[in-house]
Structure formats: structure tokens, C-alpha cells
Design a protein around this ligand. Structure first.
Ligand SMILES: Cc1ncc(COP(=O)(O)O)c(C=O)c1O
Length: 404
């Protein structure tokens, strides 16, 4: 195989051809500005954006007026967290989050600390899960926001969002979840799960880059936000700027497809992930899976290969696209903060690879990738004094135990 095998679907996904086809008319003949109220070209764009809003709302159990389109999940997270912090500052200055969150949440929280907010960062368990009871313990009268991701981008662990949402609702604390990696992969119901704010991104589910959304609760106790971007008053004043209609149409189509086939698709993806794991562990010792054994995204397999530098491994198998840490933070040096948060040493974290399998991967690709990775791991270990020493002491201990 000369082409690249793409096993980095948590970083981004290719646009589904059906999504592309849905977007094209809105780049060509229906190019209107959704705010142009005086002519049919504008109305057509507005209709398309509103239809898309309804599709996304329905997919998560929300109302169309509860959806604000953004440029992606980073912006949605910023709008949610900064928007609440600024709006409710008089009520309190305390925010709760967790150590394994995406940088698009953690960095926003860090900037708020500089602005005088207090942020409690909960630790996660060895699988990357937040304990809902720990959340309960950390909530205080001055807590205005709790923000916990739905599913982790690096290890795939899925949090107990319903339990966390219930605890926040009881305490009267606004609950935001970064659901970027969950949309289209696991069921989301903002009502049943007591979610007040949720961030989404199109490019993780075979939609276009540069388009995302924030769910903002209106039902019951509505959440108010101070907008980040002001101007022409679009999105009911919550996010000014001409609507990215082709992107929005693409996002809605991507959501529609993912939901239509979610059950079957996730089963297929999981079987490919399990196949990859079986093939790798059949041939390689001293490996470990990072992430929850059960509560994990079907396509995510994060593995530590002891005595193998992940960067060296990736440079040996250049025709397989995988990741040594989150793509969004790979500009930041050092070991993954998520792997460190679940208890891996710096060395173990630097020996870990994330494979993320998606819609367009095939069994042949998985078999080919596994063979290449096995070969590369063996070659790297063959010249690693630390591995050879560990292996010989391992062999010696087997011999000793056989003697007894
Ligand atoms: C959990 C999570 N949140 C936020 C983001 C950022 O999303 P976007 O690229 O749409 O800004 C990502 C992307 O990797 C993610 O995985």
C-alpha cells in the first residue's frame, strides 16, 4: 500500500462525500448571506441555516433556538466558559473542571484565574474518568460553572455525564460539557442528562473544518452568556458574524448521517479497534491500553509500548497516520497532560500512541497497519539496552518459576 492509512480520526476526519454534495450548492448558486432579509438569495441561505439548526437541535434533544453556531469547539468552549464567567461574576467566582480536559477548556480556565476567578481542577481516575461524587464535594455556594468533557480525545474515556449533570442541577450550578468527541458516536440528550451548555465540532464527524456549535439552555432556568464576538447581532446576539452557511449545512448533514448509522457504525469501528488490539498484543509484550475498558469511544485505542519512543515509532511508519498526543496540543512540548493525569510516568506517556479508527477504515488497512507497527516496535526494541535488559530479566524469572 502506497497511500497513507489514516488512523487519526480523533484529530479530524475526511469530509463524507454526502456532506460535500450537500454543501456545494451553498458555495455556488445559493451563496447568500443569511442576514440579507430583502431578497430570495438571502432567504434561501437563512432557510438552510435554520433547517440545519433544527437537525442539530433534534439530534441532542434541544430546541433550535438553543443552538449557536460557532467556528468550532474551541470557540464554543471559550464562549461557554468565558460567557458564563463574565455574566455570573457577581454571583460567584468559582469554576470546577478536571485535569484530563482538552486544552480548549483548561487554557480558558487558566486565563480566568488571571482575571480573579478560582478554578478547582479535579483529578481523574486511572482511566481518565471524573468521579461524580468528587464533583459534588467540590461545589460551593460561589460555584458558577462546572465543565467536564463528555468523551476524552486522547484515551476515549466517556464520563458519566448524566450523574454529573444531575449533581450540578441539584446544586444550581451551570453544567457545561465539551461533547466534541461524543457527537455522532454516543447518544446525547441534553434534557435527560441535565446539560446546560454543550460544545460541538463538525470536523470530528466527517463535516467541514471551521464550523461548530454551542447548545445554550433556554428551557427551565435559561443560561445567559456575555458574547465573545459582537457586531451585527447574528445568532441572537450571542455570536456576531456572517453565518458560515455551507459549513452549517455540512455540519447538519454530518450529524444526520452519523445519527442514522450510529449503532451499526460504532459496532463496526469497535470490531476494527479490537482487531488492531488483538493483532498488536499477539506479537508484542510490555504493552498497556490507556483509557476505560468499557466506557470508551468505540474507535479509540491508546496504547503504551514500553521501551519505544512514540516519535521514533511514528517516524519509522510514516505511511500510517496516528498520534502521539492530541493533535491540537502537539505544538506544545512535553508528555501528554491527559496521560500524565491518569498516572503514566513521563516516559510511559512518551511511549504511547493513539490510534483512532473511523468510518472509512477497512479491515485490510488495520491488518496492514498492525504488521507495520509490530515490525517497527520490534526493530526499535532490538536496539534498546533497557528493553533487552528487561526482557532478559523477564525470561530469567520465567525460567526460575518453571524450575519450582
Ligand atoms: C475534546 C475536544 N475539544 C475541543 C476540540 C477543539 O475543536 P475544534 O478543532 O473544533 O476547535 C477538540 C479537537 O481536537 C477536542 O477533541
Amino acid at each position: 500500500m502506497d497511500t497513507i492509512i489514516y488512523l487519526d480520526n480523533n484529530a479530524t476526519t475526511p469530509v463524507d462525500p454526502e456532506v460535500f454534495d450537500a454543501m456545494v450548492p451553498y458555495l455556488k448558486e445559493h451563496f447568500g448571506n443569511a442576514s440579507s432579509k430583502q431578497h430570495s438569495i438571502g432567504w434561501r441561505a437563512e432557510d438552510a441555516a435554520e433547517r440545519s439548526r433544527s437537525i442539530l437541535a433534534e439530534a441532542i434533544g434541544a430546541q433550535p433556538e438553543e443552538i449557536v453556531f460557532t467556528s468550532g469547539a474551541t470557540e464554543a468552549n471559550n464562549l461557554a466558559i468565558r460567557g458564563v464567567a463574565q455574566r455570573y461574576r457577581r454571583k460567584g467566582n468559582h469554576i470546577v473542571t478536571a485535569a484530563a480536559e482538552h486544552k480548549a477548556v483548561l487554557t480558558v480556565c487558566e486565563t480566568l484565574v488571571k482575571d480573579g476567578f478560582e478554578v478547582t481542577v479535579l483529578s481523574v481516575d486511572r482511566y481518565g474518568r471524573v468521579d461524580p461524587e468528587e464533583v459534588r464535594k467540590k461545589l460551593r455556594p460561589e460555584t458558577i460553572l462546572a465543565t467536564f468533557m463528555f468523551a476524552n480525545n486522547e484515551v476515549g474515556t466517556v464520563n458519566d455525564i448524566s450523574a454529573i449533570g444531575g449533581i450540578c442541577r441539584e446544586a444550581g450550578v451551570i453544567f457545561h460539557t465539551d461533547a466534541t468527541q461524543a457527537l455522532g458516536k454516543v447518544p446525547i440528550d441534553v434534557e435527560a442528562m441535565n446539560i446546560d451548555l454543550a460544545s460541538f465540532s463538525a470536523h470530528k464527524i466527517y463535516g467541514p473544518k471551521g464550523c461548530g456549535a454551542l447548545f445554550v439552555r433556554k428551557k427551565g432556568t435559561p443560561v445567559e452568556l456575555i458574547p465573545l464576538i459582537v457586531g451585527g447581532g447574528q445568532e441572537r446576539g450571542m455570536r456576531a458574524g456572517t453565518l458560515n452557511v455551507p459549513g452549517i449545512v455540512g455540519m447538519a448533514k454530518a450529524v444526520e448521517i452519523s445519527l442514522r448509522q450510529m449503532h451499526q457504525e460504532q459496532l463496526r469501528i469497535r470490531s476494527l479497534r479490537d482487531l488492531l488490539y488483538d493483532l498488536l498484543t499477539r506479537e508484542l509484550d510490555l504493552t498497556q491500553v490507556n483509557g476505560h475498558p468499557e466506557h470508551r469511544l468505540a474507535g479509540t485505542l491508546n496504547m503504551t509500548f514500553r521501551y519505544v519512543d512514540a516519535a521514533a515509532l511514528m517516524s519509522r511508519v510514516r505511511n500510517i497516520a496516528m498520534s502521539s498526543s492530541s493533535a491540537c496540543t502537539s505544538g506544545t512540548p512535553g508528555a501528554s497532560h491527559v496521560l500524565r493525569a491518569i498516572g503514566l510516568t513521563e516516559e510511559e506517556a512518551k511511549s504511547s500512541i493513539r490510534f483512532s479508527i473511523g468510518r472509512f477504515n477497512t479491515e485490510d488497512e488495520i491488518r496492514f497497519a498492525a504488521a507495520k507497527i509490530i515490525d517497527a516496535v520490534k526493530k526499535i526494541r532490538a536496539v534498546s539496552p533497557a528493553y533487552l535488559a528487561a526482557e532478559s530479566s523477564f525470561d530469567a524469572s520465567i525460567e526460575t518459576s518453571n524450575d519450582q
